[in-house]
Design a protein around this ligand. Structure first.
Ligand SMILES: [Ca+2]
Ligand SMILES: [Ca+2]
Length: 357
């Protein structure tokens, strides 16, 4: 009985920040942030190796002239006190936003049915913090231990404290990277351009997710995000073509091209490797793609259809009830809305990308 009580006591102490044994860090703490013109969302994570931890404590420091109205959502699925299905309030664990420019978030896992279980694994979410942006300055933040002094922030199930290894002897050093880029900057180079559309395409193939590639913030990385990025490419990065008559217009490769059609029949030829988005194309247009259809997949987001070729060609085109001809090197297909369905030839175009038949 004594042994059972002692094994329960260690995690209980860890949860309220009392244990002081020091050990080598086996955790990696970091944050990822994504912003739009109006807001910033920061996700705080920990990687924990085979030795689970019972508690965490982090402080996110930010410039309160640039960022305001912080809202904290803790991950209560992995971190809870009592039973997972019906957790008890964790003592002293409310996020502290009382000091402008600082948010202190602490939490623990103490499962009453398995007190020594702790938390381990990669990319375990601690919390999500949302801000309003108050200025146009690029947002930034730093990550520290939640509390210094005698308080224990990161504690393993065996009672070892990891704080000094993470935050130095004074426990005041930054403990991990905070990586912040804008929504849509899939390749993390601080620009929104054609390269981000290509990066999203690669990530779809590799089934990789990132908050920056999830341009439309729906939790998935897919063609809708390529379309979203194309909307965010600034005009300085865009080659704009305004079609004024029915003569053939060539869309070059190597630059993102926004094409404004005219009300008649638009005749476009897309170079292999070109990336283009067509706007205002209501008529029975003729689009020639200088590649084989076998290289392409097709999908739709609403009534915008995306063609994507392994040769790098990307075409985003609105579809309507007037048929448009898509001419590949190996076949011609009509693109049209019929009976409420987007059709490419005999093929129904769905929201999941599919090879052209
Ligand atoms: Ca980029
Ligand atoms: Ca998305």
């Amino acid at each position: 009985m004594l042994k059972r009580m002692a094994s329960f006591l260690i995690p209980a102490l860890a949860c309220i920040g009392m244990w002081t044994t020091v050990s080598w860090a086996s955790v990696n703490v970091y944050a990822e942030g994504v912003y739009t013109d109006s807001d910033l969302v920061v996700y705080l994570y920990v990687d924990v190796d085979t030795d689970p931890i019972l508690s965490y404590g982090v402080k996110l420091a930010y410039n309160h002239s640039d960022l305001g109205s912080p809202v904290v959502e803790k991950n209560s699925k992995d971190w809870y006190f009592g039973k997972q299905a019906s957790p008890l309030p964790t003592p002293n664990a409310e996020p502290d936003t009382s000091t402008p420019g600082e948010i202190i978030i602490v939490g623990c896992k103490l499962d009453s049915e398995d007190p020594q279980a702790g938390v381990a694994g990669n990319r375990v979410l601690l919390a999500k913090v949302s801000f309003s942006r108050l200025t146009a300055n690029a947002p930034s933040a730093e990550l520290f231990l939640g509390k210094s002094g005698r308080y224990s922030n990161f504690v393993q199930v065996n009672g070892n404290e990891l704080d000094e290894t993470l935050g130095g002897a004074e426990k005041t050093n930054p403990i991990g990277d905070v990586t912040i880029f804008s929504r849509g900057d899939a390749n993390n180079d601080s620009f929104i351009n054609i390269a981000d559309m290509s990066k999203i395409k690669t990530m779809m193939t590799d089934e990789v997710f990132s908050i920056w590639a999830d341009c439309n913030d729906d939790g998935y990385v897919n063609f809708a995000d390529m379309s979203c990025v194309s909307n965010r490419i600034p005009s300085t990065e865009t080659n704009t073509i305004i079609v004024s008559d029915r003569t053939q217009t060539l869309i070059p490769s190597g630059v993102y091209t926004c094409v404004y059609g005219y009300s008649g029949i638009n005749n476009l030829t897309l170079e292999s490797g070109s990336v283009s988005r067509l706007l205002n194309f209501p008529g029975s247009n003729v689009i020639t793609i200088q590649s084989d259809s076998s290289l392409f997949t097709v999908s739709r987001s609403g009534a915008a259809v995306t063609f994507e070729g392994t040769d790098g060609t990307i075409l985003i085109i609105p579809v309507g009830t007037t048929g448009q001809q898509i001419i590949f090197k190996d076949q011609n297909l009509d693109l049209i809305i019929q009976s409420g369905q987007v059709m490419l030839g005999e093929q129904v175009v769905g929201t999941q990308s599919a090879a052209i038949e």
